[in-house]
Structure formats: structure tokens, C-alpha cells
Design a protein around this ligand. Structure first.
Ligand code: IPM
Ligand code: MN
Length: 354
């Protein structure tokens, strides 16, 4: 398996190293090898050269089986520049139209929800990843004047909705939740009466092809309440890009937060290149201190393996993570884990055999 590695900024490279260490060990146990190529993109590269993604970089990345991204975000670079220039560029140019975010509370991990445990917090968000308010369409009128108007247009296409929702139905079918296969569309059809009408009509049409999946609907505001009160209600959630961004942070804290949550930017089409990342940021103040939690990055590694043709290796890593959180780690917060970053990586490697 050939993986392009973008360690990125701050603690990104540290957690990436642990993820690669674990993936490599899992590959050995499963009888395949991983070859990595590092790309030094991120804040430092930008400050030195003024370039975020060099020419031809995307075409180079396309040739890999998958991309692993550590974290981007640099204290000396204005917010938004690297996010838009690197993360969103890669999502768009590689047409990674699924943002898959499993929300799974691992054993031993604290959740802010009282009376809820790993049994209740186990669902998956399938966020659309290329359209909506993220399309970057809009502008200013009379900029800088008292009469200024700004527009930011949400775009939804029939093809964009169909490919994302079809993938979500297939995923729900395959996930085969013993509690019942249910796909909840989360949107705002009562207000976004054009865009989300198209989403809703597409959802209903695609649902017909998956009679064993129960199609369900929540408005996004209600979903936020329900997710906190009754997370066990959810099996798979399909949601649009902007709402998906917001509800996956809410969902992320239910599973223990940034030290744990991971996601995949997936292009499931033949020949597509997908990119996996921990959800946390670059945490610059912790850089080089060996205190940041690599579990999120290792989880992203498990997802990469699972979705890049090595599901047994992915399952092995996921199981090892749960052994370590359930029996060894004191906490998922940086500096409070009871172990350093590299030791947590070692513990997961040790647990892989079992
Ligand atoms: C995420 C992040 C990104 C997003 C930012 C960094 C552009 O918040 O992956 O959820 O909004 O999608
Ligand atoms: Mn986000």
C-alpha cells in the first residue's frame, strides 16, 4: 500500500508518526507492506515559500492509494489560509465527496453525557464534502461602505446529492446494525426550501433502492438536542456539508473529543484517492512535548486501512485502540493520559497481536 503522508503543522507530525507506526505493525501482522512518501506541506512551507500546494502536487497525490493528513494550522498564518488552500483544496480537487465521521465511544473514554456508555454512543455521520456553503460562491457589494452586502451561496446539485446519499444508503446497509438499519437525513427542509428540497427529494428517490434501510429525517436543530439526550437513536446520519461540520464537533465531544475523533475524506469512485485525518487541530502549544493524544490519528489510520482494501488490518487496529483506552489510559486529554504520545503508540502496537 502506497500512502502519501502530510504530517502538517504543530503536533501533526507527532501523532502521524504514531499512526504510521501502528499501521505498519498491523500490516506486518496481516502480511502486506506500507510504503510512505512524505510531503512537507503546511504553515512552515507556506511561510518560507509563499506557496500552499505547489503546482503538480495534486496530480502527484492522486497516484497514491491514500493520503494521511496530520493537522494543519500555524500560529503565524492567518486563520483560513491553510484550511482553504490545503484541506479544502484537496477535498475539492480530489473530489472527496464523502466525509465519514464515526462517532464511537471507546471503552474507558469519558463522555460528558451522564448515563451513556459505549453501547449508546455508536453512530456514523456521512457528511457531504464538496457542495453547500463550502462551494466558495458569493461576494461583496459596495464593500467597505455602510451599504455593504455580502452573499455566500449554498450550492446543491442533483448529481452531488445523489452520489452522496447513495453512498450513505449503501454504507448503512453494509454496517448492518443489529439494532436496525436506519439512515437519518439531517437537514432544514422547513427553511431551506430550495436547496434542501432537492436534498429531500433525492433522499426519497434513492431510498426506494434500499428497502431494507429505514429512511428517517430530523431537522438539524432538533438533531442537536436529540444527539445529546438520546444518542442511541442514531445509526447512520447523512447531512449536508455545513451542518455536518457543526454536528460532528458536537458528536466528537460525545465520543471523548479531539484526542479521539477521526474522519475520512473519501472519493469512493474507481481510481479515487481518499484522505484520512484526526479531527483535532495542530495544537501548537504542545508541539515537541510528547503529550498530545495520538488515539485520534491512530483511529484515522484504522479507517484508512479499512477503506483502502485492508479491512482486517483496520479492524485489528480498532480493537487494539479499544484495549488500550479501556485498560491503560487514564484520560484522553493532552498531558493527562498517564503516558506520552509515543508510549500510547507503543501500547497500541503491543495490543495488536491480541
Ligand atoms: C473540519 C474542519 C474544516 C471544515 C475546516 C478546517 C476548513 O473544521 O474538517 O471539520 O470546516 O470542514
Ligand atoms: Mn469542523
Amino acid at each position: 500500500m502506497k500512502i502519501a503522508v502530510i504530517g502538517g503543522d504543530g503536533t501533526g507530525p507527532e501523532v502521524t508518526a504514531e499512526a504510521l507506526k501502528v499501521m505498519d505493525a498491523a500490516a506486518k501482522l496481516e502480511g502486506f507492506t506500507i510504503e510512505t512518501t512524505e510531503f512537507g506541506f503546511g504553515g512552515d512551507h507556506y511561510l518560507k515559500t509563499g506557496e500552499i500546494l505547489p503546482e503538480g502536487a495534486v496530480d502527484q497525490l492522486r497516484k497514491f492509494d491514500a493520503i494521511f493528513l496530520g493537522a494543519i494550522g500555524h500560529p503565524d498564518v492567518a486563520p483560513g489560509i491553510l484550511e482553504k488552500g490545503l484541506l479544502l483544496q484537496l477535498r475539492f480537487q480530489l473530489d472527496q465527496y464523502i466525509n465519514l465521521r464515526p462517532v464511537k465511544l471507546y471503552p474507558g473514554v469519558d463522555t460528558p453525557l451522564k448515563d451513556k456508555g459505549p453501547e449508546e454512543i455508536d453512530f456514523v455521520v456521512v457528511r457531504e464534502n464538496t457542495e453547500d456553503l463550502y462551494a466558495g460562491i458569493g461576494g461583496f457589494l459596495k464593500k467597505g461602505t455602510a451599504d455593504e452586502v455580502a452573499t455566500q451561496t449554498a450550492i446543491y446539485t442533483r448529481k452531488g446529492c445523489e452520489r452522496w446519499l447513495r453512498w450513505a444508503f449503501e454504507y448503512t446497509q453494509k454496517r448492518n446494525n443489529p439494532k436496525g438499519k436506519k439512515l437519518t437525513l439531517v437537514a432544514k427542509t422547513n427553511v431551506l426550501t430550495y436547496g434542501h428540497d432537492l436534498v429531500w427529494r433525492t433522499f426519497q428517490e434513492v431510498a426506494k433502492d434500499y428497502p431494507d434501510v429505514e429512511p428517517d429525517y430530523n431537522h438539524v436543530d432538533a438533531c442537536c438536542m436529540w444527539m445529546v439526550k438520546n444518542p442511541e437513536y442514531y445509526d447512520v446520519i447523512a447531512t449536508t456539508n455545513m451542518f455536518g461540520d457543526i454536528i460532528t464537533d458536537l458528536a466528537g465531544i460525545l465520543q471523548g473529543g479531539m484526542g479521539v475523533a477521526a474522519g475520512g475524506n473519501i472519493n469512493p469512485d474507481a481510481g479515487g484517492t481518499s484522505m484520512y485525518e484526526p479531527m483535532g487541530g495542530s495544537a501548537p502549544k504542545y508541539t515537541g512535548k510528547n503529550v498530545i493524544n495520538p488515539i485520534a490519528a491512530i483511529s484515522a489510520g484504522a479507517m484508512l486501512l479499512e477503506h483502502t482494501g485492508q479491512p482486517a488490518a483496520g479492524a485489528r487496529v480498532l480493537k487494539a485502540i479499544q484495549t488500550v483506552t479501556g485498560t491503560k489510559m487514564k484520560s484522553q486529554s493532552a498531558g493527562k493520559m498517564g503516558y506520552g504520545t509515543t508510549e500510547v503508540g507503543d501500547l497500541v502496537v503491543e495490543a495488536l497481536g491480541g
